[in-house]
Design a protein around this ligand. Structure first.
Ligand SMILES: NC(=O)c1ccc[n+]([C@@H]2O[C@H](COP(=O)([O-])OP(=O)(O)OC[C@H]3O[C@@H](n4cnc5c(N)ncnc54)[C@H](O)[C@@H]3O)[C@@H](O)[C@H]2O)c1
Length: 322
């Protein structure tokens, strides 16, 4: 089995690659070739199968065709400009989040009859916009309230249509907000959900810009990798023409996050959180979903973390005591 990971140097991409290397297989099939792509070359990896790694910008002419020339059996498309940057730079957002997808899908279509790879795309709950019910079901309309969400929703439509036309076998998974994100904060407005756990556990101060009753929808990066692997191997006949799935997760308030932190890091860790209200972030976050009933994905076998304590434990196990 040949596997292509686009966006392999990103947070989720690295973790997916680590897991593929450890497993050596995807479902019942042994991996024979793993190809990694990102704008800056992904770190080299040692594996029991062939790995190639290259720096390439997906929107440059010819890149998409070159990536699918070896006809990978499974394509994970994770490359994206994240929410804050897509809002700040409209052109870049549409180029990377939408145009690149069209280039990729057409490159696959251009390989011709007989080539129909499994194509797993990371969408987002940002495809939904207010007003929301308290718990959002699988039939909620996609009415994005940001450019990032709009680009993801348009990409979902493309993936569905190209799947319906038989050019590929697509699955779009709408990831919850992934916490705890390792490393430095990125440009996402959701960054504080991770930093109020990560920084205190690393002995540093974190700023909380919203009230503690803010509720949101979360999963750990480890769960995200589990979703990707399941999406790559599930029987897509069960999806029909509805190829886009909201992933299961944990609905938690900031207060519940903080209590989970206390159970792992004690009062000392919690005391490192400084409350500093930020009107802009509060306004953005008030337009975000709070909870989902992701029944369709659960019935198809996607599994999330048990609770927020598990999300904190995953961060400790995977990042602090690997
Ligand atoms: N992290 C989350 O909370 C979250 C939530 C919902 C959805 N998602 C989606 O999951 C995917 C992975 O997220 P992440 O957190 O790992 O993001 P990330 O920003 O860490 O990784 C994205 C990667 O895409 C690469 N990339 C950007 N433009 C590119 C281009 N033109 N050509 C090639 N590579 C390019 C970047 O260099 C980066 O390494 C993204 O599609 C994101 O939209 C993430």
């Amino acid at each position: 089995m040949r596997v292509l990971v686009i966006g392999a140097a990103g947070m989720v991409g690295r973790k997916l690659v680590e897991r593929l290397v450890v497993d050596g297989r995807l479902g019942p099939d042994a991996i024979s070739q793993l190809s990694l792509v990102d704008v800056s070359a992904p770190d080299p990896v040692q594996a029991g199968f062939a790995v190639d790694s290259r720096a390439a910008d997906l929107v440059e002419p010819g890149v998409a065709e070159a990536l699918v020339a070896a006809q990978p059996d499974v394509v994970f498309h994770l490359a994206a400009v994240v929410s804050g940057e897509a809002e700040a730079d409209l052109e870049k957002g549409y180029r990377v989040n939408l145009d690149a997808m069209r280039l990729l899908l057409d490159a696959i279509r251009g390989r011709g009859e007989g080539y129909r790879p499994r194509f797993v795309f990371t969408s987002s709950i940002a495809v939904f916009g207010p007003p929301f019910p308290d718990v959002i079901g699988d039939d909620q309309l996609t009415t994005p309230a940001t450019s990032y969400g709009t680009q993801k929703a348009m990409t979902e439509l493309l993936l569905s249509d190209y799947s319906r036309r038989g050019f590929l076998d697509g699955v779009a998974i709408r990831l919850p907000t992934l916490v705890v994100r390792p490393g430095k904060p990125n440009l996402a407005a959701s960054g504080f959900f991770s930093s109020i756990i990560r920084e205190p556990l690393n002995g540093q101060e974190a700023v909380l810009p919203v009230p503690t009753d803010v509720r949101h929808w979360f999963a750990s990066p480890r769960s995200a990798v589990g979703f990707l692997l399941h999406a790559a191997t599930l029987d897509t006949a069960a999806l029909g023409d509805r190829r886009c799935l909201t992933m299961p997760g944990i609905s938690a308030t900031v207060a519940e996050e903080i209590e989970a932190l206390r159970r792992v890091g004690g009062d000392e860790a919690v005391s490192r959180i400084r409350h500093e209200p930020d009107e802009t972030i509060m306004r953005i976050v008030s337009g975000w979903p709070r909870a989902f009933d992701a029944r369709r994905a659960r019935d198809l076998g996607f599994r999330a973390d048990a609770d927020f304590d598990e999300i904190v434990r995953v961060y400790v196990e995977d990042e602090l005591e690997p």
